[in-house]
Design a protein around this ligand. Structure first.
Ligand code: ZN
Ligand code: ZN
Length: 441
């Protein structure tokens, strides 16, 4: 249910409102919708409701509650469990009397040893380094909010916590613990058919970290964090803009900064203030075309090969799905097919559709198209299931010359598709759809 009121396009910057335009009378907060750019006043959200953008239905705020305390407890627990996840044994495989034990880092070491250095670095970043940095940044920000007074009257210095939380939000899509866990489940099920596989301490810890991270996602209210962080000095130089042109607002913390000029930074999170992402359409089209080109080798070239008793059998992504079906693991086959084949193509088509209609200035299905962009941005990371599954299998299935799993170069094209489509979704500014439709009207 919506509990917001529409704001005038240009609020009168007077006295306190000029200094802190997001807090108009203590009960109202002025925010700019990150998806459609509409400026709105948020009222205090009652329990059981959430504040939505009145134009594009983007969720803007949750009820005021003690979610920051709960989030701090969750992130602290996740950081504590992260230590055994990284150092303890992960899985143990037994086949023909030979036993192999892997750790969380074994997949990275296996890819490195096989000469796939870029792939090894990416798997290490997505599954180990970035999740740890994300959790550490969120813990620092929430601890800082608990320790420091919420607002420092008279202080014009921006809080470093705002910058840290901006970095945390930027890293969140690249922290893929939950995707890694699903990849590990697929690897576990596939290896069960050729060997005896048991999950060890780090495996159970990984499940615990993933549950804690998902609970943190559900509990952590970005609006509550931004509200708790102090705001530095607002830019005072009035920037003349043509009538009807969009006014500058921070695209990270959604703080409207009506008087920002070129090169100014957000007084709360230090993000560079721009009315819209620069060269968004051109940049996104380039990445989408690049994604379409890479999608062909990613699906036609083998991504992995299995060597058994001297016979080498290369396998494509579709071949892996068919193997899962042959083994009777149809739910996993459906997940891998959707994540690896359907989602990248659907993302590229969805982005192309949005870019095409934006360039034509179409006002059709604006709410639906904005929602589509949100979904495209959200689901892209799940395509990495196959990459993580292969990295785990490569580390564990190495039984001398009898049975070996090798990574093939098609995997590099596949990872490139996933990364390019993720960056493309981030580079498209959905507010341009609303601007273009408004100009045509
Ligand atoms: Zn909106
Ligand atoms: Zn900001």
């Amino acid at each position: 249910m919506t509990v917001i009121e529409r704001a005038p396009q240009e609020p009168a910057p007077q006295d306190r409102a000029a200094r802190e335009p997001h807090l108009e009378d203590g009960a109202h907060e002025l925010v700019a919708c990150p998806d459609c750019g509409l400026w709105q006043r948020l009222r205090r959200v009652p329990r059981g409701f959430r504040a939505e953008c009145r134009r594009c239905r983007k969720g803007l705020a949750r009820p005021h509650s003690r979610t920051l305390d709960v989030s701090f407890a969750l992130v602290t627990a996740a950081l504590l469990v992260w230590v055994p996840t990284c150092v303890a044994p992960f899985m143990i495989v037994t086949a023909d009397g030979a036993v192999r034990t892997s750790a969380l880092t074994s997949g990275v070491q296996g890819l490195w040893a096989a000469g796939f250095l870029s792939l090894a670095v990416l798997v290490a970043l997505f599954s180990i380094v970035v999740p740890w940095i994300y959790l550490a940044l969120v813990a620092c920000v929430l601890a800082g909010i608990r320790i420091r007074p919420l607002r420092q009257p008279g202080s014009d210095a921006p809080s470093p916590l705002g910058t840290l939380y901006r970095w945390a939000l930027a890293l969140r899509p690249w922290a893929m613990i939950e995707v890694f866990l699903l990849g590990a489940c697929v690897a576990y099920s596939r290896m069960q058919s050729v060997a005896f596989v048991s999950i060890s301490t780090a495996g159970w810890c990984l499940i615990a970290v993933t549950v804690l991270l998902l609970l943190l996602d559900a509990c952590l209210d970005d609006r509550a964090v931004w509200r708790a962080l102090p705001i530095g000095r607002m830019p005072q130089a009035a920037a003349p803009s043509r009538p009807g042109a969009p006014l500058p607002a921070c695209h990270v913390c959604h703080l409207p900064v009506p008087q920002a000029g070129a090169g100014d930074r957000c007084p709360r999170c230090q993000a560079r203030l721009v009315t819209r992402k620069p060269l968004s359409i051109r940049r996104t089209w380039s990445l989408v075309l690049c994604g379409f080109l890479l999608y062909i080798p990613a699906n036609l070239m083998p991504v992995v090969s299995i060597e058994q008793f001297g016979r080498v059998e290369p396998s494509t992504i579709l071949g892996g799905v068919l193997e899962l079906l042959r083994d009777g693991l149809w739910p996993l086959a459906a997940i891998v097919f959707t994540a690896s084949i359907t989602i990248p193509l659907a993302k590229l088509c969805g982005l192309s559709w949005n870019l095409f209609l934006t360039q034509r200035g179409s006002a059709r299905f604006l709410v639906g198209r904005t929602r589509l962009h949100r979904v495209v941005d959200l689901v892209g990371r799940w395509s990495n299931i196959d990459v993580f599954m292969v990295s785990i299998t490569v580390a564990l299935v190495q039984f001398g010359a009898l049975t070996r799993v090798r990574v093939e170069s098609g995997m590099i094209a596949f990872v490139a598709v996933v990364i390019v489509t993720m960056i493309a979704a981030r580079s498209f500014d959905s507010r341009l759809m609303w601007d273009a439709a408004g100009e045509q009207a």
